[in-house]
Ligand binder design. Structure first.
Ligand SMILES: *Cc1c(COP(=O)(O)O)cnc(C)c1O
Length: 389
């Protein structure tokens, strides 16, 4: 396929697919850890990289390669490196591109495990991280010093759906010769393509919307061939590689990503508008609502508001827990990006281990709830929330 001539929904179904000698219509799952050679000379040529081809599944596997090519086409990236999870994508990205003494500037509003990885592990190896506001670019400018090698952000953020201005932060990164990595897990390439906005690297937890049905773990790092070479080098050596089975699940997930994202976004907007009208809801955080402080930026940068809505109920923790405990249908879990709607209380789950002061500074109040809106009928989701409100 000449991929740049096709629309995203076509790429999601067709890009990267290869047929074996059996002419299967659906992509095959190659459950094999190693591959054979026609001769000693061919084995030698493969091992020194003179001849392309598979050797061992820690390096490459045809099903994983199909997934990588499909996601690369959707993100408009030269290369994709698939990983065992979203966290191993962040690990591989940093292990490949950073060294001791380097410095990261990261958004304060990151996925909790990303912050733990930077603070508890990278720091041990001499890589320090400075945290700054997701939304105030001047804080990024002030945090840059000569050792800064990487900017890292996530937009919209979890759970407050703050929007970082990718173009502005990318321009700043270029000016200082720093790489910008964007965790695009919440939007997927269907809603937002960070590379087009000037980012150098895109990170995914494929576990979320790319699977979309809560089955398997996986991740990806995308960018230029030059940047992905050391990332792939780390992966092939250290081994947090995506399995063929998971790659096959994600390939099938990508085929329905566009229609699922459209439905998640439509349901989320309807739930957000309805929540805004509820007397016991103090505030709703959703980039698709005009009341969102960065609504204009969100609508410029993203195709729509996404599937995650947060809202603050009046009455603090007791009132928030009442909403959760009165739900009969929506799942009480911190996972997101699933066909099933999920509901969580960030202050006592995802953000429970940070200090109350840090929580307050991050705007995560006791009355805050986060809903990852699924594909059930929107009236059923609203009725389930109404019970506890
Ligand atoms: C879940 C998540 C991750 C981590 O992905 P795993 O697949 O669970 O390792 C990273 N970033 C964001 C934004 C996430 O939501």
């Amino acid at each position: 396929m000449t991929e740049n001539t096709y629309q995203p929904e076509t790429l999601a179904v067709r890009a990267g697919g290869v047929q074996s000698q059996f002419h299967e219509h659906s992509e095959a799952m190659f459950l094999t850890s190693s591959f054979t050679f026609d001769s000693a000379a061919q084995a030698a040529a493969r091992f020194i990289g003179e001849e392309p081809g598979n050797i061992y599944a820690r390096f490459t596997n045809p099903t994983v390669t199909m997934f990588e090519e499909r996601l690369a086409a959707l993100e408009g990236a030269e290369q994709c490196v698939a990983t065992a999870s979203g966290m191993s994508a962040i690990l591989a990205c940093c292990m490949g591109l950073l060294k001791s003494g380097d410095h990261i500037v990261a958004s304060r509003s990151l996925f909790g495990a990303s912050i733990n990885l930077f603070n508890n592990y990278f720091r041990k190896f001499g890589v320090e991280t400075t945290y700054v506001s997701a939304t105030d670019v001047s804080e990024w400018t002030a945090a840059v010093h000569p050792e800064t090698k990487l900017f890292f952000l996530e937009t919209p953020s979890n759970p407050l759906t703050e929007i970082s201005d990718i173009s502005a932060i990318a321009a700043l990164a270029k000016q200082h010769n720093v790489l910008l990595a964007v965790d695009n897990c919440f939007c997927t390439p269907i809603l937002q393509r960070p590379l087009e906005l000037g980012a150098d690297i895109v990170i995914h937890s494929a576990t979320k919307y790319i699977d979309g049905q809560g089955r398997v773990l996986g991740g990806a790092v995308l960018g230029s061939k030059k940047l992905m070479e050391p990332v792939y080098g780390f992966l092939r050596t250290a081994g947090p590689t995506m399995s063929a089975f998971n790659a096959w699940v994600f390939l099938k997930g990508l085929e329905t990503l566009k229609i699922r994202m459209d439905a998640h976004c439509a349901n989320a907007l309807a739930v957000a508008q309805w929540l805004e009208a509820q007397p016991n809801v103090a505030r709703v955080f959703y980039p698709g609502l005009p009341s969102h402080p960065q609504h204009a930026l969100a609508m410029k940068q993203q195709k729509s508001g996404g599937g995650i809505v947060s809202f603050e109920v009046k009455g603090g923790r007791e009132a928030a827990w009442r909403v959760i405990d009165n739900a009969r249908m929506v799942s009480i879990t911190a996972n997101l990006g699933d066909t099933k709607t999920t509901l969580t209380h960030p202050a006592t789950t995802t953000h429970a281990r940070i200090t109350p002061e840090a929580r307050a500074a991050a705007g995560i109040t006791e009355g805050l709830l986060r809903i990852a809106v699924g594909l059930e009928a929107v009236g059923d989701i609203q009725a389930d929330l109404a019970r506890g409100l």
